[in-house]
Design a protein around this ligand. Structure first.
Ligand code: 26W
Length: 822
């Protein structure tokens, strides 16, 4: 009942208005005379957050009371983006807020843009975690996220003279209304030190980890509203703080300075997100971040578990932990350490608990992305964990040896420790051994890890431990919120909004695919979204693009395997073809706007050159009057979640053209198709399943198949490359200086020639160009294009993250929804 006094009860525009004004005066201490947009955004956000809090408290209280089994999603990345618009939709108060904000003399849409993205992730893996939290909350699964509260999220990208430059992301410079600091929730985390033995209460000898340096982890909670439910989820993010116990006695004056430096180092632990996507840089600080993260999270989970006074053997019935890739894998030896060294369990009992608790999702097969940590580094930072990993490995190998007697090669291949100098810990293998279930993220990807990366493990465990759960995306952010006109059209057509939580209902659109009136409404929405993007491009980059042109988009992290390079080479080819045409012929072409966006890891030289080439080509092409604006090239700087919300609804076609077998799933492919964008893609990742769902006639697919790649590479190595003539002329034009100083691009071109063309651009180039021609021809027939576009959206039900999270809950977590009553 006491809550009645603080929680806003009324959501009519006048009440909302007075709540906003209240926050302006009290929370912000600002008078109406100096209100700017930012302050107004903050006051508005605070008033929305008050409304969320009620649900948050209700949910957490009920969970505490009933103590159902819970799942913890451990992820080093959560790429959440903005929160305000999402919360308004979840609470169904957007319309009234619009009016209240309007009455106060501001525009709500303007205020939404004041919010800084929570960009605590690199790309697909981090955004997937955010979509899953949305779906877990919406479906009332008792699931919490655990992550790190980086002071600096992914860097800001700026383009200077065509090159990427990086700037820090000061996202916390202003007050962040979407997090709750929990000053009382703190745990200590140890590094370094040494291992000793001690006798425990039961008189048994146990190992103990002593000495070293300690830092403190403090919790920050980020509420995750569910759509259409009283339930509210949570992501708990850890921030490192120096320990406030400061031992003056043991420091003389000289050491005092050093101790201050150590305090600063402690604070810096969670300062910055490592900006590498699909590439491991084996830095000590990163290993420390990983341990800090799992140590704090497990202490918190165990603290909660102990409140209910259940016996340890019940731990896996109360707790499921999902490891988002190998980044949290130290949780396996850490839980084993806690159970054996601290809680005094026997090794085998403890190991049984560990392996019934954890499950592991693999997101990549790229060798350079597989985490391996050097044994000496691990020994130095986590001496006890290194021993435990050796023991885990020893017991595992003994069991394998019993089944495959004398198979030395198998033991060597399957070992968690890789021999070499130095020895390395293979984190993916540790994650497999420590988990009850391992999953890939799309059908092809799961097949590939069963066939290659984890093949030996299947020989030992059998196939059932390795399953597929195809990725999904949240339809709330990626359609309902990002594409309001399409949302409204779909809702009117289907007669209700239920599709937003039951995405399969979209198939009801199929029967309107040939309806001329519906088609023209559908086309009008797409046109409006293209205008919105064209406006953004003009306002922010000064480039004019024509919304009647075919918008062709590739936005994702820049990586050789994703082949943005192949895309820009084909754009140059198109440019040259136009240059060869008569003015009359040019005027008959299908106009194209080719849009790129994405960040390159700051140390990834070749990826950065790709950005430079795109911008250099754009410079020449966009300023060449002779091609009558039939081709425009735009590189949108600083691609992030909130830009994606504008870009995705505006595509006619988007590209997902990784070398077959390299893109585990892709999730932007799903976002584009959900918004009625066609895709041009290789036979890779989730593209394959998208094609199955929407129909082969609605997707443009090309290129070699994943099981051909190995042979082709082998042949190229021994018999040399065959350079397609169409590709050769493109390369020649770059080398002739048509796009600026050719020496700049030498190293990039070498990846195709002397470098052996590892990603098979020359192999796929011809079929890629052919598909582009097919795309042009199809686009000429507007009616047939719109029909395809409708069929795209209509077939996307399967790719809702609601479906994916249900699969995790049923097949892995054994988790039931826990409904909170109002
Ligand atoms: C340690 C360096 C590092 C950092 C991030 C290695 C690997 C990663 C991620 C696993 C990379 C990633 O985001 N992978 C993407 O995961 C998506 C979600 O499952 C998939 O859709 C993408 O295909 C995959 O590239």
């Amino acid at each position: 009942t006491w809550k009645k006094h603080i929680v806003p009860e009324k959501n009519d525009p006048a009440s909302i208005e007075s709540d906003i004004v209240h926050h302006t005066i009290t929370t912000l201490c600002r008078g109406v005379y100096n209100l700017d947009k930012l302050a107004m955004y903050q006051a508005t956000a605070h008033s929305v957050r008050d409304r969320l809090l009620e649900d948050w408290n209700l949910t957490q209280e009920a969970l505490h009371r009933e103590n159902p089994k819970r799942c913890y999603y451990m992820s080093m990345e959560f790429l959440i983006g903005r929160a305000l618009d999402n919360a308004l939709h979840c609470l169904h108060v957007k319309k009234n807020y619009n009016q209240s904000v309007d009455n106060l003399g501001f525009s709500l849409e303007d205020l939404l843009c004041e919010e800084k993205d929570a960009a605590l992730g690199n790309g697909g893996l981090g955004r997937l975690a955010a979509c899953y939290m949305d779906s877990a909350a919406t479906q009332d699964y008792p699931t919490w996220g655990y992550g790190l509260r980086y002071q600096y999220g992914i860097f800001k990208q700026m383009i200077k003279d065509g090159y990427q430059t990086e700037m820090p992301d000061y996202w916390l410079n202003f007050d962040n209304p979407w997090e709750f600091p929990r000053a009382d929730i703190r745990y200590e985390v140890r590094f370094h030190g040494y291992v000793a033995t001690k006798i425990n209460e039961k008189g048994e000898t146990r190992m103990t980890w002593e000495g070293g340096d300690k830092v403190q982890a403090m919790a920050y909670d980020v509420p995750i509203p569910g759509f259409d439910t009283k339930g509210c989820g949570n992501i708990r993010l850890w921030s490192s703080k120096p320990l406030n116990t400061f031992d003056f006695d043991s420091f003389n004056a000289g050491d005092y300075e050093r101790s201050v430096a150590e305090q600063t180092a402690a604070q810096n632990l969670t300062s910055v997100l490592y900006p590498n996507d699909n590439h491991l840089v084996g830095k000590e600080l990163r290993l420390k971040q990983e341990y800090f993260f799992v140590s704090a999270s497990l202490q918190d989970i165990i603290h909660r578990f102990k409140r209910a006074k259940c016996p340890w053997k019940d731990f896996p019935d109360k707790v499921a932990v999902q490891m988002n890739d190998t980044h949290p894998t130290l949780a396996v030896p850490e839980l084993q350490r806690i159970l054996v060294d601290i809680e005094g369990l026997e090794w085998d009992d403890a190991w049984d608990i560990v392996t019934r608790t954890f499950a592991f999702t693999n997101h990549t097969v790229l060798p350079e992305a597989l985490e391996c940590w050097s044994v000496p580094m691990m020994e130095k930072i986590l001496p006890r964990h290194m021993q435990i990993i050796y023991d885990i490995n020893l017991f595992f190998l003994q069991k394998v040896e019993k089944v495959f007697v004398g198979d030395r090669d198998l033991l060597k291949r399957i070992s968690i420790i890789e021999e070499g100098s130095p020895q390395q810990v293979r984190m993916a293998f540790l994650a497999v051994v420590g988990s009850h279930t391992v999953n890939g993220v799309a059908a092809l990807h799961s097949d590939l890890i069963r066939k290659h990366l984890f093949n030996d493990f299947i020989k030992y465990y059998g196939p059932d431990k390795f399953i597929n759960i195809t990725n999904g995306i949240t339809p709330r952010r990626w359609l309902y919120q990002a594409n309001p006109d399409l949302r409204d059209l779909i809702t009117t057509t289907l007669g209700s909004e239920d599709w937003a939580t039951k995405l399969d209902l979209l198939k009801g659109l199929k029967k309107f695919a040939d309806d001329t009136k519906f088609q023209s409404q559908w086309a009008a929405v797409k046109y409006k979204n293209k205008e919105r993007l064209a406006f953004w491009i003009k306002a922010n980059m000064g480039i004019t693009v024509n919304p009647d042109a075919l918008f062709d988009i590739q936005v994702k992290r820049i990586h050789e395997y994703k082949r943005q390079y192949m895309n820009i080479l084909s754009v140059i080819y198109r440019y040259q073809s136009l240059k060869k045409m008569s003015a009359e012929d040019i005027s008959q072409q299908v106009p194209r706007v080719v849009i790129f966006g994405g960040k390159a890891a700051p140390g990834y030289y070749i990826a950065k050159l790709v950005i430079k080439l795109i911008n250099s080509a754009a410079q020449v092409i966009n300023n060449d009057k002779s091609i009558q604006d039939m081709l425009k090239v735009v590189f949108i700087p600083d691609y992030n979640v909130s830009l994606a919300e504008i870009i995705v609804p505006a595509s006619d076609i988007s590209q997902h053209i990784s070398t077959a077998g390299t893109e585990a799933s892709g999730t932007s492919n799903m976002k584009f198709v959900l918004n009625g964008g066609l895709i041009l893609g290789t036979v890779d990742g989730a593209n394959i399943e998208i094609g199955e769902q929407i129909g082969a006639e609605n997707i443009f697919m090309f290129g070699v198949l994943s099981d051909e790649v190995e042979d082709i590479r082998h042949n190229q190595k021994y018999h040399g490359l065959f350079m397609d003539p169409s590709l050769q002329v493109v390369i020649d034009s770059i080398q002739a200086g048509q796009f600026g100083d050719p020496s700049i691009f030498g190293p990039l071109i070498n990846t195709l020639t002397y470098g052996g063309d590892y990603y098979l651009i020359s192999v796929d180039f011809k079929s890629y160009l052919q598909k582009h021609t097919e795309v042009d021809e199809t686009y000429r027939d507007k009616k047939s294009w719109v029909k395809k576009s409708i069929m795209c959206t209509a077939g996307m039900g399967f790719f809702s993250s609601d479906r994916a999270v249900c699969e995790y809950a049923d097949k892995i977590w054994k988790l039931k929804p826990f409904k909170v009553e109002a």
